[in-house]
Design a protein around this ligand. Sequence first.
Ligand code: ADP
Ligand code: MG
Length: 339
Amino acid sequence: MALLAIGMCIALSSCKKAGISEKAKKEQAYSKDIFAMDTYMSLTAYGEHGEEAVKAAEEEIHHLDNIWSIVSKDGEVYNINKKGTGEISKDTKTVLEYAKRLNEETEGAFDVTIYPLMDLWGFTTQKYHVPTKEELRQAMARVGQEYMTIEDDTLTLGEQQQMDLGGIAKGYTSSRIMEIFKEHGVTSGMVSLGGNVQVLGTKVNGDKWNVGIRNPKGNDGELIGAVSVADRTVITSGGYERYFEEDGKTYHHIIDPFTGYPAENGLISVTIISKDGTLADGLSTALFVMGTKQATEYWKEHHEEFEAVFVTDESKVYVTEGLKDDFQSDYDIEIVRVN
Ligand code: ADP
Ligand code: MG
């Protein structure tokens, strides 16, 4: 056995005393699966600092989960939802600044005060229920992010308002994980937070990462295509991720604030590819609500910030032009151009 190890060391000429080559050190992966933010997550970091980086990231995930969960009794969101006002941390403030921008730019399609509607439909308790017109009217009157104010570090909600950061929290979290990886000297890694992927650098062999995009109408694991990326996030919102059925109809968890109903504007999945995880997550939810036409227009106006893949209810796949060399698919795709 010892002889064999020595033999291998000679073969790998860069081998050091410890018996592990520099190359092998760089390529060694540390992976961990965890459950947090109501979803399965998987984290991988390469190199000799991989393990400590993943462990630090895991701590941060649990911290953010706790402050943003709608049920954690010492969390910021839980307490502000209860009292209507409260102090917020830097992380929450940053997320809410994104939310404000998105709410304004999408003319209200993205709205973190959506909580009363999420609750009415039963998505917060799993006690699902199709609401009556009157119930919808009452809940919709409590939604509107423009009534939420932040002064210094104090957030105040509008009257009877409650918030839900579920449409943006995971994107911020994956961006934070990339920062933590970098702080630990990691240059290659990836995270998947319930299918929301963010990658750091390239793979250790220098190739881009391949990230699959699920076919919203297919079985679990069936793909509509894949994108090759480095230093990017790939975040998908789809009606198939969380839903219930009643009387043969399906009701999913992305709510159109203008109707109070699950959004049904022609899109069945929206994938955003961007450097910025927080933006990408917020946008995946927002553009899903906006629907095919408005989402395409929005991309044209903001094409420097992100790329997108839209799948419509007629099974059309639209891919924005910046992705055309990095998107592989067996389906017919249509390229969306700025002009
Ligand atoms: P997932 O969390 O499944 O990856 P999304 O990023 O699209 O998918 O987030 C959906 C979540 O966003 C919902 O569970 C809810 O918490 C929140 N949400 C639903 N509708 C809206 C909306 N119109 N604006 C902002 N957030 C929303
Ligand atoms: Mg989202």
